[in-house]
Structure formats: structure tokens, C-alpha cells
Design a protein around this ligand. Structure first.
Ligand code: MF3
Ligand code: CO
Ligand code: CO
Length: 265
């Protein structure tokens, strides 16, 4: 399948759905606290999305049963919201995808519940910074491998590892389309980026080894094979002639926890 180059009109529509996803994620940051269940987060995301006249893309996507992915501690991605109660010291990735006006916007962040351990801070901060470094590689004419290489070099330099089994993806009228955006690899390898392409970058970073397992019962929940913590951040990015536009850029700082400094991008 060929990579879609979006028209000016399509890009404008993507800006709208992406801003909605970003704002819903900001709302999660404002409400999140110890004692809540992951189902409570699902309710917040579902209701905020519907209120906007949009649809939560995850709901019924390939049989996914909820409106958002909530991935706690050693859960790498695709955690299903449920009765699990969030407790002080947990980390949780909340991955919001909003479908509006015919287009999907996809963004996630990892939050601290209460006070994080030094290990939690290390894996979360490494994932956050690795996304920034990946985004800085985006430019018309650069290679997809440049993104993966920048992420992998940084993450491994911090003593963490990059998950191989899940990748960033083209996005637009379709939730997951070409290209695949690996979070590891070699500079100069892979396809050239072209102005008008839109894809996500969403590195999953493990504190221990990169290998993962999928829950054989629910067929969705992905955990680290060694039980170590995992963190992830995601943005939807437009390639431009001069570089990039972060379509899911937040209009104000994200509240990452009740008692840790906020971040911006
Ligand atoms: N939002 C995820 C991504 O970044 C995909 C979730 S698929 C779901 O690609 F079915 F689990 F929701
Ligand atoms: Co995505
Ligand atoms: Co996502």
C-alpha cells in the first residue's frame, strides 16, 4: 500500500481531530489521581470525546472493547480499562485516538500516579525525550530510519530498551495506514519522508529488556516479558518542507501528576 500524501483540506481536517485528541489527553491529566480505576479514565475519555461530537477510534476497533487504552506499569500498550485501582507510585499510559470529520488524531502520554520511584522517572523521562528526538528528525527528504536511529541511540544510552513489536503508523481517514515507523534502526535507511505525509511516532521504552508478551486470554494486553516498567508517548506528525508540524501539540502544559513538574510539547 502506498503512503498517502494529504491535501491542504485533509491536513486542515487532521488539525481538528488531532487537537481534540490532545485536549482530551489534557483533561485526563487534570483528573487523574490515586484511587481511580482505569475504567474511570475510560469514562472521562469516552464522555469528552462524545461531547465534542467525535467518536473514540479504539471502541470496537478490531474487537477492542473500550474507548481508550490504559497501560499500567509493566503493560507496554493496549491495556484494556477495567476495575484496576490506580495506586501511589504507579505509571499509566493513556492513549487517546479521536475520530472527527472523517479523520483520526492519535496521541498518548504516560502519567505518574502520586510520587514516582527513581526507576519510574527514568523510564518515563527517557520515553518522553526519545519522542522529542524522533520528531526532530522529521523533514521532507529525510529517511524514516533516521527517526528510529535517533530514538534507539538515546534510549539505549539511558540503559533502557526500545520495543520492536509495535511501530508508529500513517494515519488519516484510516486509523493505521502506511508507512510503518520503527523506533529503532539505521540512519539513512527506509523510505524518504515527503511533505504532506502524516504519521505517528510512539516509542515504547522498557526499563529492562525489549521483549514483550501478549495476554493469551484477552489477546490485547501487551506486557514486558521480564516484568520491568514500560512507558510511551505519542504524537501525530505532519511532514513539511522545512521540517514538521506536531498536529497533536497540546495548547497548554500537560499535568503529568499531582506532584511532578509538567511538560509542554
Ligand atoms: N492508539 C493505538 C496506537 O497508537 C492503537 C490502539 S488500537 C486499540 O496505534 F484497539 F487497542 F485501541
Ligand atoms: Co498510534
Ligand atoms: Co495511540
Amino acid at each position: 500500500m502506498a503512503i498517502v500524501i494529504k491535501s491542504a483540506k485533509e491536513i486542515e481536517a487532521m488539525r481538528v481531530s488531532c487537537l481534540m485528541a490532545a485536549e482530551t489527553l489534557l483533561l485526563v491529566g487534570e483528573k487523574l489521581r490515586a484511587g481511580m480505576t482505569t475504567d474511570d479514565i475510560n469514562t472521562i475519555v469516552h464522555e469528552d470525546t462524545i461531547r465534542r461530537g467525535a467518536r473514540p477510534s479504539p471502541l470496537n476497533y478490531r474487537g477492542f472493547p473500550k474507548s481508550v487504552c490504559t497501560s499500567v506499569n509493566d503493560v507496554v500498550c493496549h491495556g484494556i480499562p477495567g476495575p484496576q485501582v490506580l495506586k501511589d507510585g504507579d505509571i499509566i499510559n493513556v492513549d487517546v485516538t479521536t475520530f472527527y470529520g472523517g479523520f483520526h488524531g492519535d496521541t498518548s502520554a504516560t502519567f505518574y500516579v502520586g510520587t514516582p520511584s527513581p526507576e519510574a522517572r527514568r523510564v518515563v523521562e527517557t520515553a518522553r525525550r526519545s519522542l522529542d528526538l524522533g520528531i526532530e528528525q522529521v523533514k521532507d527528504g529525510a529517511r524514516l530510519g533516521d527517526i528510529g536511529a535517533a530514538i534507539q541511540e538515546y534510549v539505549e544510552g539511558q540503559g533502557c530498551s526500545v520495543v520492536r513489536d509495535f511501530v508508529g503508523h500513517g494515519i488519516g481517514r484510516v486509523f493505521h495506514e502506511d508507512p510503518q515507523v520503527k523506533h529503532y534502526g539505521k540512519r539513512g535507511a527506509g523510505e524518504r519522508m515527503k511533505a504532506g505525509m502524516i504519521f505517528t511516532i510512539e516509542p515504547m521504552v522498557n526499563l529492562g529488556r525489549w521483549e514483550v508478551e501478549v495476554d493469551p486470554k484477552d489477546k490485547w494486553t501487551v506486557t514486558t516479558a521480564d516484568g520491568s516498567l514500560s512507558a510511551q508517548f505519542e504524537h501525530t506528525i505532519l511532514v513539511t518542507k522545512s521540517g514538521y508540524e506536531v498536529l497533536t501539540k497540546r495548547p497548554k502544559p500537560l499535568r503529568m501528576s499531582e506532584n511532578v513538574a509538567t511538560i509542554m510539547l
